[in-house]
Design a protein around this ligand. Structure first.
Ligand SMILES: Cc1ncc(COP(=O)(O)O)c(C=O)c1O
Length: 359
């Protein structure tokens, strides 16, 4: 019995990738596997996404690109994040393409590198807001004998919740990208994340960059099944101790649970040190014995307590904190809603202490 375990169904990731590849076609699929595959394990997920039809892989950092190569992944890799001089060298040594939006950065890129020029069409993060500057950066890349002008890109701020602003961003990006592609045939134009891929056909261009959907989580925070996606990750622990409490007895730090009636409590050896958020204190359900039982009291670093009611299961019973058991299930989206965050953060938070298992 492992105290805390993240089990990742790679076949689900493969099917989700195939689902997104079908939605995107004829655009190709780039699988976004940064942040350790949104907490699911970068290498295993990259392989599964490739089996499902992803052509490209995208990460945020040079170190992640190095990790992909060390993990035996070939093929095109894009580092999407900002890079210091040192990191640029590491990305290029890993044979990754990089993103540029300033001419002085282009001058620093070592020969042999593929470059994607980024227009900031409204995200207000990386990229230049000035289409003229973006065009000059593309020209500088094209003129540099050692560099390859590989792509033109942007990123959407509201693909998941505001189609109006998505349309504004598309209106800013599309004419620029089309002019550039006419000038540089073969240029790969890409913009869409998972939400835009599902919602907006005109955002798909030549390639889509999908992360959240590959892991079977819903980019709109709803039930993933609505978009034909299958959650890949389950977070498991077990009932390590069962204890009877009488009215007035409490459990956990700060006595934030005090029994109103006699009941049986179960101790699960998993806590915020494993990435199970402390904000779930007195505010989550866990699946034990095929039923939902309430988490009671404070989430500690290494333990949580659940109220098993009058008929507790034996010690050793499996506990599911994210995932399905019997006919019940708890989605990352449910936990996200409870703590006021997004599903992305729920799985990214699962810490390195939790082994990932690929059954
Ligand atoms: C630049 C860029 N493109 C694509 C993605 C993938 O987004 P999603 O996980 O919503 O599909 C991300 C992730 O945040 C990103 O930063």
């Amino acid at each position: 019995m492992v105290r805390a375990l993240a089990r990742v169904d790679l076949r689900a990731i493969e099917r989700n990738a195939a689902r997104m590849a079908r939605a995107a076609a004829p655009a190709v699929l780039c699988a976004v596997v940064k942040a350790d595959g949104y907490g699911h394990g970068m290498i295993a997920c990259a392989r599964a996404a490739r089996s499902g039809g992803a052509t490209w892989l995208a990460v945020a950092t040079a170190q992640e690109a190095r990790g992909l190569r060390d993990g035996g992944l070939d093929g095109p890799v894009l580092v999407m994040g900002a890079l210091s001089g040192e990191e640029l060298a590491l990305a290029v040594a890993a044979r990754a393409d990089v993103v540029a939006w300033r001419e002085d950065f282009v001058a620093a890129i070592p020969d042999g590198t593929g470059v994607h020029v980024k227009l900031d069409s409204g995200m207000g993060r990386l990229g230049t807001r000035d289409a003229g500057e973006a065009t000059r950066v593309a020209a500088a890349v094209a003129a540099a004998p050692g560099l390859r002008l590989a792509g033109a890109m942007t990123h959407f701020a509201t693909a998941d919740d505001d189609p109006g602003f998505l349309a504004e961003q598309l209106a800013a990006f599309t004419p620029w990208a089309q002019r550039l592609r006419e000038h540089y045939p073969g240029l790969l134009v890409h913009a869409a994340n998972s939400a835009a891929t599902l919602r907006e056909p005109s955002a798909r261009f030549d390639m889509v960059r999908c992360g959240i959907a590959l892991y079977g989580m819903d980019p709109f925070g709803e039930d993933p099944a609505l978009h034909g996606l299958e959650p890949a990750l389950s977070l498991r622990s077990y009932v390590a101790e069962v204890k009877r409490v009488e009215p007035g007895q409490s459990a956990g730090y700060g006595r934030r649970f005090v029994a109103a009636e006699p009941t049986w409590l179960g101790m699960l050896p998993i806590g915020y040190g494993d990435g199970y958020r402390r904000a779930l204190t007195n505010n989550a359900d866990v699946l034990v014995d095929g039923r939902r039982v309430p988490l009671v009291g404070t989430v500690s670093m290494d333990n949580v307590t659940v109220d098993l009611g009058p008929e507790p299961p034996p010690r050793g019973a499996e506990a599911v904190l994210i995932g399905a058991q019997g006919s019940e299930r708890i989605l990352a989206e449910e936990l996200a809603e409870r703590v006021g965050t997004i599903n992305y953060e729920i799985t990214c938070a699962i810490s390195a202490r939790v082994p990932r298992e690929y059954p």
